[in-house]
Write a protein of this length. Structure first.
Length: 434
């Protein structure tokens, strides 16, 4: 991922130096277990730990790999350069490359997930704060982009909070899906390595042993992980699209914070564009782009092939780094979002009471008018508002068929905004708890 959309904490997880450090820890812990079982001399296991504080030379490993054409062998050769070939001869005893590669990938994904969970907590905190701040700020709800009925800005934030809260729970489950390790040897039968080695390594690294790993950890786990990232990205876009709509000039119910010195257009000095949320829409596409390849990685030949390997070298860092950046950008947008309650009321009243049509429809049916006739009466007057700019309440009061069923006071009562917000507290209690 390009530096423009990357944060250092997440990038560091995917740096080659970090990867080699994890490889080393896996090998060292495996040697400890092998020594405890009497498979290798204890002195040799202890010798491996002499490299504990070594900064592995990435360039040197690349140099060796250019000859060996094998990354794990290149690393093991470089490790032997540090601890001596005699002491290194029991390193990787009974193991296969996937034991190191797959366990490392899962450690990286778990670490990435822990950062993403912190990111989501920031987004959730921002959404909750703005939801309570605007719990009773009335705005028009829209369906198909068209005015529907009144809602509140707080409910908009609460809706996104509930969605992100579900996503957080999904991410916790996705973390558990990939928090497994495998040290089971060629084709996963433990023929040349005791299962207790795997148990020890996993315990030391915060993983659980993969129940059956063939030669690789099953990729359905990773498919679920990346699918979850894709869902979270879609929720980010869902929120971003709403903000982009609200910032449209004709709407202007909210807008991204526009900082001093910021420029909106190279040609038009007046512009204040929703650039951050448009960026989030694009970043969401990048994260979702990783989902299908992860799904296709599930089907491998027999006990193992490496068709998944090149894919994961790309989507592992790309998806987690991009989502980390996007979540933090979204949190910042929400925290600093400028909201215009006056414009919300102005927009809602643009069509002079039209949004109360359902209340009148229901009142007519309750007064004994058939639903078909009630709909016809309400729509007849509503169309005058759309087409002639009339006032909905005024038209209803002048319609003898309507006033034959409803008194002027009953019609007046149907235009009370409070009717639409009376259950906001109930919804908030469902979302945020009592």
């Amino acid at each position: 991922m390009i530096p423009r959309y990357a944060r250092k904490e997440m990038v560091d997880i995917w740096e080659p130096a970090t990867k080699f450090k994890i490889w080393y820890e896996i090998e060292a812990h495996a040697c400890d277990a092998q020594a405890a079982l009497g498979v290798i001399p204890k002195a040799n296991a202890e010798a491996v730990w002499r490299a504990k504080d070594v900064e592995f030379d990435v360039a040197r490993i690349d140099e060796i790999e250019a000859v060996t054409k094998h990354d794990v062998i290149a690393f093991l050769t470089h490790l032997a350069e540090h601890i001596g070939s005699d002491d290194a001869r029991f390193v990787h005893q009974g193991m296969t490359s996937s034991d190191v590669l797959d366990t490392t990938l899962n450690i990286q994904l778990v670490r990435a997930c822990d950062i993403l969970l912190k990111d989501m907590d920031r987004v959730l905190a921002a959404l909750k704060k703005r939801a309570y701040e605007h719990k009773d700020t009335v705005r028009i709800g829209r369906s198909h982009g068209i005015h529907a009925e009144p809602t509140t800005m707080g409910l908009t934030f609460a809706r996104f909070y509930a969605e992100m809260d579900r996503n957080r729970a999904r991410l916790v489950n996705a973390r558990a899906e990939v928090a497994t390790g495998a040290i089971s040897g060629a084709v996963g039968t433990f023929a040349n390595i005791d299962p207790r080695v795997e148990e020890h390594v996993c315990a030391q690294l915060g993983l659980i042993p993969e129940p059956i790993s063939t030669q690789v950890i099953p990729r359905d786990r990773h498919a679920m992980f990346f699918a979850t990232l894709g869902v979270i990205a879609s929720s980010i876009e869902n929120c971003a699209i709403e903000i982009r709509h609200m910032q449209r000039t004709e709407v202007l119910e909210a807008e991204e914070f526009f900082s001093k010195g910021q420029k909106g257009s190279s040609a038009m000095p007046h512009k204040r564009n929703p650039v951050l949320t448009e960026n989030l829409t694009g970043l969401a596409r990048l994260v979702r782009m990783c989902v299908v390849p992860a799904m296709e990685n599930v089907a491998l030949w027999h006990e193992r092939d490496i068709s998944h390997s090149s894919v994961e070298r790309g989507i592992g860092p790309d998806a987690t780094i991009t989502l980390d950046f996007a979540l933090n950008r979204l949190a910042g947008v929400i925290e600093n979002l400028v909201i215009y309650p006056e414009n919300m009321l102005k927009n809602m009243n643009k069509f002079k009471g039209l949004v109360m049509s359902q209340r009148v429809l229901l009142a007519l049916t309750q007064a004994g008018v058939s639903r078909e006739d009630s709909y016809r009466l309400v729509q007849r007057n509503a169309m005058k508002v759309w087409e002639q700019g009339a006032d909905f309440k005024t038209e209803l009061l002048a319609d003898p068929e309507v006033t034959a069923a409803l008194s002027p006071a009953e019609i007046e009562e149907k235009f009370d905004l409070g009717y639409h917000t009376k259950h906001v507290d109930t919804i908030f209690a469902r979302v945020f708890g009592a």
